[in-house]
Design a protein around this ligand. Structure first.
Ligand SMILES: [Zn+2]
Length: 253
């Protein structure tokens, strides 16, 4: 399995428009973060988790010319606003499979009604195949994926376990029985926004405690705010098996 970090930034990305924060002004490419998303590949399958406003740029940058579907964690705009840019995939492949909680599919239907409607479609508008995710295993390609249920303040969010890889973002609360589903993962990706506390995201300390509890071989932090600091400085402070993810990072397992 190959994982490519398409974006590792929080909702505004880094740099933030108009910001003069030193991290936003940094010349280190690792300090430039598009909105959070990841490409998961195995055998002949390629799935994208979330489809934020940088989706087009991310697909071009990754030279990704085919996707088997998009899996959604939740409906917030930094995870869904790029949906119209599935058009090139739709033109080549036909209807694009979407996997999401019923509530998320409902939200997307409201925001992108022209995509989800079946009648009087404007020519060139893409179409999707909706698959509802419940908190139970579902099939992607030739493997079973396990949803991990958590909360982003009060909003339900899904993380996903693909065999020995798990990807969780926008988490603030994960119940013990959901954490249990992560036991034995080799690579864990988890959100770590900044050092100070936040109402709906793990801060660095909470993310590190979560990693310690799950105990993967390696963990990568994502959904990062410029307030966390320079990539290089933060990486030096992390435990041996924990890495700050950055855009375009590729890992294999
Ligand atoms: Zn987010």
């Amino acid at each position: 399995m190959k994982i490519r970090f398409l974006g590792t930034g929080t909702s505004q990305g880094i740099p933030v428009i108009g910001s003069e924060h030193p991290v936003c002004l940094s010349n280190d490419t690792k300090d430039k973060r598009l909105r959070v998303s990841v490409l998961v590949e195995w055998d002949e399958f390629k799935y994208v988790i979330d489809c934020g406003p940088d989706f087009r740029q991310q697909m071009l940058r990754a030279n990704c010319t085919k996707i088997n579907g998009i899996v959604f964690t939740h409906e917030h705009a930094d995870h869904t606003a790029g949906l119209d840019d599935i058009r090139p995939f739709y033109f080549r492949q036909g209807d694009i499979p979407f996997y999401a909680h019923k509530r998320v599919l409902g939200e997307l239907t409201k925001r992108f009604d022209y995509i989800f409607t079946s009648k009087d479609k404007y020519p060139g508008v893409p179409s999707v195949i909706q698959h509802e995710i419940k908190n139970e295993p579902f099939t992607l390609g030739n493997i079973e994926v396990m949803p991990i249920n958590g909360y982003h303040h009060k909003l339900q969010v899904f993380g996903f376990r693909f065999a020995e890889f798990a990807y969780l973002t926008d988490m603030k609360t994960v119940a013990t029985e959901e954490r249990e589903k992560l036991k034995g993962v080799k690579v864990l990706v988890i959100n770590a926004l900044r050092e100070t506390e936040h109402i709906s995201h793990f801060n660095l300390q909470e993310a590190l405690e979560f990693i310690e509890d799950v105990n993967p071989e390696r963990a990568y932090l994502t959904h990062i705010s410029h307030f966390l600091g320079f990539h290089e400085d933060v990486q030096k402070k992390l435990p041996k098996n924990v890495f700050l993810a950055y855009d375009n990072l590729q890992i294999a397992l």
